[in-house]
Design a protein around this ligand. Structure first.
Ligand SMILES: [Zn+2]
Length: 271
């Protein structure tokens, strides 16, 4: 599933081909995504120039003077830059054809993603209005996290994965950040001290920053080639390593499951 670093890498990858460029037309081959692609998207976007390519949480925003295209990649979505006329692959549902001869192609086998057209301020849209701060922003601090944790009995892992608290901390990154901060994922949020909130915020920023940096090395993949987006293998300390020795103390890592989500932690290093 594309997480914040993959979405940010996608944004950086497509930005130079979209910003200031004119969209000639939009071809919607399959409108049935998580929500139906609006019927007027093609007519509204035709001949519009993309003024900015932004990201909010895991949503991409292609801005024009007339409105904003909001894109979410869902579980299996990806965007790549094709050349006009390039043969279609199965599940290539939408093309944004640019005057430059390039084409931004949306691919989504499971169709849990979405492409919507907003004419009001994106921040007011119901999907974005309730979102917490960006994890890499100055707004996201230990003090902020402490205030949001106060009095809550939810496990700290659930707290940091709550997009109303902070956006974009997916399961892999939550596991990694909690390990790096030495915090038991099941620790009740309300018991966190400022010192521990500071450490956790610092590690969340570090793990996401690192993933974005690694993603940057895959940028070339956005253009041509197999067009696979930057889902990058990075060195993970706990995620996917249940039962294996902790990198710090050699204690076997514990793995638990809640629904689809796996939690991996070191019972000795994380308290
Ligand atoms: Zn350990």
């Amino acid at each position: 599933m594309p997480e914040l670093p993959e979405v940010e890498t996608t944004r950086r990858g497509i930005l130079p081909y979209l910003q200031g460029r004119k969209i000639l037309k939009v071809v919607v081959r399959e409108p049935r995504l998580r929500w139906e692609v609006p019927a007027n998207l093609a007519s509204e976007l035709a001949r519009q120039t993309v003024t900015a390519v932004e990201r909010r949480g895991k949503y991409l925003l292609l801005k024009t003077r007339k409105g904003t295209v909001l894109i979410h990649l869902g579980m299996s979505g990806s965007l790549r830059l094709a050349v006009v006329g390039e043969p279609l692959k199965k599940h290539d549902h939408v093309d944004f054809i640019l005057a430059s001869g390039r084409c931004l192609r949306y691919h989504d086998p499971r169709r849990f993603g979405c492409i919507l057209w907003l004419t009001d301020a994106p921040s007011k849209h119901p999907l974005l209005a309730e979102l917490g701060p960006e994890p890499l922003s100055r707004e996201f601090t230990g003090e902020y996290l402490l205030a949001r944790a106060e009095g809550r009995t939810t496990p700290v892992k659930a707290l940091i994965m709550d997009s109303q608290v902070v956006v974009g901390v997916g399961n892999i990154y939550a596991n990694e950040a909690l390990f790096a901060a030495g915090i038991d994922p099941a620790c009740k949020a309300g018991k966190l001290t400022l010192e521990r909130c500071d450490a956790l915020v610092r590690e969340i920023k570090t793990v996401l920053d690192r993933a974005i940096t690694v993603g940057g090395t895959t940028l070339r993949d956005f253009v041509g080639g197999d067009g696979k987006p930057g889902y990058f293998a990075q060195t993970l300390q706990v995620y996917g390593r249940g039962g294996q020795p902790c990198v710090a103390c050699m204690t076997p890592l514990k793995e638990t499951r809640q629904g689809q989500r796996t939690t991996v932690y070191c019972p000795r290093c994380q308290t």
